[in-house]
Design a protein around this ligand. Sequence first.
Ligand code: BV8
Ligand code: ZN
Length: 249
Amino acid sequence: MPFDPTLLAQARHVVVFTGAGVSAESGIATFRDKLTGLWEHFDPAQLASAEGFRADPPLVWGWYQMRRAGIAQATPNPAHLAIAALTARVPKLTLVTQNVDDLHERAGSPDVLHLHGRLDAFRCLDCARPADGPVALPEDALQGRRIEPPRCTRCAGPLRPGVVWFGEMLPEQTLERAFDAAQQCDVLLSVGTSGVVQPAASIPRLALAAGATVVHVNPQPASEGHAREFALAGKAGEVLPQLMRQAFT
Ligand code: BV8
Ligand code: ZN
């Protein structure tokens, strides 16, 4: 049975849970996409870890600077814009993202819960002191090369991106708010995620167990076939605007 869009229009509280797929149509590579260049022989889980960074700071810092340059050049796509528009159409919307880019914010979404931190925040690897000011982005960062990370002005440790690496705890408050929202919402839209990385990936299941309707938006949607679980197969930048039209016009 297909998902009934009026369920979205009648929802009191909607959670939108996004992964790398929501930024794919903005040209941002997802974690499923093969790494290229200097990083082609690496698994993201190795690079996105404290061990990976300590093993070769310029390699990992260069990877994040390249991603940062890509994000700076990208613009929000119709999926980000549809999610921002949905905020004004329902009484309460909680946006939870696994992404470290700022495309939801740039699309106009307020109060984005970043479970895995943000790429545009930097702190010292050793003493955790936040960077004193803006961190330079070298002109040629997008080409992809090793770049020496800047040093902490207090202890001379290397700066690191403010993202949650594999093996690191998620920000407690943010995770708590996301779990609460999942357990209180009527509808949860799971957009562009492969549902692999824990504990974030447990959020749709939490919502289902608490009685919500869950809709997966993904070209290859994975659904456990629960009675209140639906799949809208396709690209988020096409499916979400269509869902908005069906639900609100
Ligand atoms: C922790 C920030 C505990 C960094 C990221 C064994 C079993 C179970 C768990 C584990 C295990 N071993 C280790 C763990 C824990 C580990 C984990 O889950 N590992 C996985 C690999 C098994 N988790 C952790 O380490 C977490 N911390 O558990 O700490 C702890 C306990 C005690 C004490 C200390 C610690 C931390 C995890 C956070 C890692 N950081 N990101 C960075 O960005 O560089 S995760 C990163 O990968 C992303 O943030 C994201 O979450 C994940 C990728 O997932 P997706 O977003 O889903 O993206 P993906 O590419 O996978 O999929 C894209 C999807 O989009 C696809 O489905 C595709 O079909 C779809 N798509 C494509 N195009 C479109 C589209 N959809 C719509 N429209 C389109 N156009
Ligand atoms: Zn320091």
